[in-house]
Structure formats: structure tokens, C-alpha cells
Design a protein around this ligand. Structure first.
Ligand SMILES: Cc1cc2nc3c(=O)[nH]c(=O)nc-3n(C[C@H](O)[C@H](O)[C@H](O)COP(=O)(O)OP(=O)(O)OC[C@H]3O[C@@H](n4cnc5c(N)ncnc54)[C@H](O)[C@@H]3O)c2cc1C
Ligand code: SF4
Length: 337
């Protein structure tokens, strides 16, 4: 058994200072992902700094009509919050589409978006994986790719031996909704506090697939802010998976429709929640007819790189994403589509 220390701090700043001094330490939220990865030998922190009781567990109203969600708010409480259900249904639906009731009771607002990929090779310490062990290669290329990316991949057939190769997807449902809502992440780090737009929190693999986000070591998520939506805005989340519950997304869509604009975020297709900015631009100010949405998604997916694989590959995601976007917008736009 590998030993590690468990620490508690008096306040968020003390937790940040504690972790900053421990290069191999990690914050502990609900532990539903981190502890699993420790059992598998994928995560090997020396120190766990428990932040579940340090950050706020409240959802509070902001003066501009938005909401501030404390990082310790459990996923279950957030999904049940009346203001979230009424004003941001896309977020409540995304939360309820994830995991199980028991897990949602433990999982936190800070920990959920930072959960690691469900790539089977990442979780199997006997296989090469650039994300887990930088420079070792990527076992997913040509392997099991059903749950892997089609967007944000530089080459049609990535080199499995290259240190920058990673075709993993980000697994969080909640994160896809937060990307569509243009949420703001409140962060406290060794250098002080900062806020960043949620769509900028996660990153593509670039030259370092081991990094999922732009957060530096020791940076703590203290809250996530939801900016207000126009009273006429409607939003929804749709998740397609291999079975009806307790499964990660093959693809998912979070959409927010307003009078003359639409916001679309996609899950299950890239290393980060994918804002379909190209499609959004094409659809701005236009009636959301089925033809218009299909054409916009064709443009969005023009750069998609479906991956072959021993499970048949993931080319099915290209038409599936478009169908899921059409269905989601049809629910929101009613007769137009
Ligand atoms: C069987 C199973 C099925 C699941 N199905 C789904 C699903 O369908 N959809 C889905 O979206 N999720 C699913 N999940 C994942 C689940 O949602 C996550 O495990 C959970 O949301 C993680 O939150 P946590 O608070 O437990 O994070 P933890 O496990 O405590 O932490 C996760 C990561 O975040 C870091 N961290 C935690 N809090 C903070 C903070 N405040 N600031 C900075 N870093 C922090 C930790 O260091 C760690 O790296 C499933 C999990 C399981 C076990
Ligand atoms: S896709 Fe990424 S996480 Fe999966 S094996 Fe390759 S490098 Fe590792």
C-alpha cells in the first residue's frame, strides 16, 4: 500500500499555501474520482488537502441576476436548487444525467469539472499513456476509440508513439452545460485570486496531454458563477450513451437559445467541452430550421478526424452529433425546426 497524508486547513488561503508547498499533493473534493484513481495507482499524491468543508456549500444570488455556486455545493443539491432548475435547466439536466444519486451526493462543484478522462488506457497502469506517464505513447490510437475524440486532433491518424498524442475526451456532463452558459470560474492560487471564462478552463492536449486544464498547481476553485440569461432564453441538455443510466456520454449537447442567438457546447467529442463557435456564428440571427442547423453543424464538423479502432472506431459520432444538436434545438425552438 502506498502511504499518503491527509490534511485539513483553516481556510481556503491556508489550503492553497499548503498545497503549493507540496508538488505531489492534490486537493480532495468529494473524492469520487480522485480516490478511485488512487486505488488504481493512476493518481499517486503524497498529500491530500481536504477542501470539501473549506469552500462555500451555498448557491447565492448575484446582484446582476446570476448565481454564485460555492465549490463545495454537492452536485445533487445544485441539481435540486429551484433557481437552477427554473433559470438554468441545462445545468440541472446535465447534472442529473451524470453518475448516480449516491455519487451526486458526494461530488462537488469544484471537483466535477476537474475529473479525469475515462479513457480505459489512462486507467490501466500496464499500458502506455501520455496523459498518465508523459512520453510513454498513446495506447488508444488504433485501440478502443468508441469514447474518444473526433475534434481538436491535429492529424487524421495521430502517431501513437509521439509524446504529444492524446485522443481522450473530457467526461463531465456538468462541464458541457457550464461551457454553454459562459460560466466564470473563481480561482484562488498562490499568486492571488483570478476569474476565468469556463470555456477557457480546459485545454486541448497541445504538447502536454498530461494537463487537462490551464490551472496551475495549488490553484483552488472557490466558486463558479452563472451569468444571468435573458428572460426569453431557453436551455436544454441531451446526452447519448450506450445505456440509459450510469454511463458516460458518447456525445452530448448543451444548448442555450435566445431571440437571435444560439449557444452550443458538445461533450464526448474532444479533450475539452467543445463550444461549437462556427455553428453558432452561422446560426446567429437566422431561423433555426433543420436545414440551417444541419448546414451549420456540417461546417463545425468539417475538421473532425474520426478515429479507427478495434471496436469499429468512432466515425459514428459525426452524424450522431448533428442529429443530437438538431433534436436538442428542436425541443427548444419548437415549431421552427
Ligand atoms: C461509477 C461512476 C459513474 C460516473 N458517471 C458520470 C457521468 O455519467 N457523468 C459525469 O459527469 N460524471 C460521472 N462520474 C464522475 C463524477 O461526476 C466525478 O467523480 C465527480 O463529479 C468528481 O467530483 P469530486 O468532488 O468527487 O472530485 P474529487 O474526486 O474529489 O476531485 C477530482 C479532481 O478535482 C480536484 N479538485 C477537487 N476539488 C477542487 C477544487 N475546489 N479546486 C481545485 N481542484 C479540486 C482534485 O484534486 C481532483 O484532481 C461518475 C463517477 C463514477 C465513480
Ligand atoms: S488517449 Fe490520452 S488518456 Fe488515452 S491512452 Fe492516449 S494519451 Fe492516454
Amino acid at each position: 500500500m502506498r502511504e499518503f497524508r491527509y490534511e485539513r486547513a483553516g481556510d481556503p488561503a491556508a489550503a492553497v499555501a499548503l498545497l503549493a508547498a507540496e508538488p505531489a499533493g492534490a486537493f480532495l473534493g468529494g473524492g469520487t474520482n480522485l480516490v478511485d484513481l488512487m486505488k488504481l495507482g493512476v493518481a499517486t499524491p503524497d498529500v491530500l488537502v481536504d477542501v470539501r468543508t473549506l469552500t462555500s456549500a451555498d448557491v447565492t444570488d448575484l446582484p446582476d441576476g446570476g448565481l454564485r455556486i460555492g465549490a463545495a455545493v454537492p452536485n445533487a443539491d445544485l441539481a435540486a436548487d429551484r433557481r437552477v432548475r427554473e433559470r438554468f435547466p441545462v445545468l440541472a439536466q446535465a447534472l442529473l444525467a451524470g453518475a448516480s444519486g449516491q455519487l451526486r451526493n458526494m461530488a462537488t462543484t469544484g471537483g466535477n469539472p476537474l475529473q479525469r478522462t475515462r479513457c480505459v488506457y489512462f486507467q490501466d497502469v500496464t499500458t502506455p499513456c501520455n496523459k498518465r506517464f508523459p512520453g510513454s505513447g498513446c495506447s488508444a490510437v488504433g485501440g478502443y476509440t468508441r469514447y474518444h475524440a473526433i475534434l481538436g486532433i491535429p492529424a487524421a491518424l495521430p502517431d501513437p508513439t509521439a509524446p504529444e498524442t492524446c485522443i481522450a475526451t473530457h467526461p463531465s456532463d456538468m462541464a458541457v452545460a457550464l461551457a454553454a452558459l459562459d460560466a466564470q470560474v473563481q480561482v484562488l492560487g498562490p499568486a492571488g485570486a483570478r476569474a476565468l471564462p469556463f470555456p477557457d478552463l480546459h485545454r486541448l492536449p497541445g504538447d502536454d496531454p498530461s494537463r487537462d486544464t490551464v490551472l496551475e498547481h495549488g490553484e483552488l476553485i472557490t466558486a463558479i458563477d452563472l451569468p444571468p440569461l435573458a428572460p426569453s432564453a431557453r436551455s436544454a441538455y441531451r446526452k447519448v450513451r450506450d445505456r440509459a443510466s450510469y454511463a458516460f456520454a458518447l456525445v452530448s449537447v448543451a444548448a442555450v437559445v435566445d431571440d437571435d442567438s444560439v449557444r452550443i457546447a458538445l461533450g464526448g467529442v474532444a479533450h475539452k467541452p467543445w463550444r461549437a463557435s462556427r455553428a453558432e456564428e452561422i446560426l446567429r440571427g437566422r431561423p433555426l430550421t433543420e436545414d440551417a442547423v444541419r448546414a451549420a453543424m456540417e461546417a463545425e464538423l468539417a475538421a473532425a478526424q474520426p478515429q479507427p479502432g478495434i471496436d469499429g472506431g468512432n466515425g459514428f459520432k459525426i452524424p450522431l452529433v448533428t442529429r443530437t444538436v438538431v433534436a436538442t434545438l428542436r425541443d427548444l425552438a419548437g415549431e421552427e425546426l
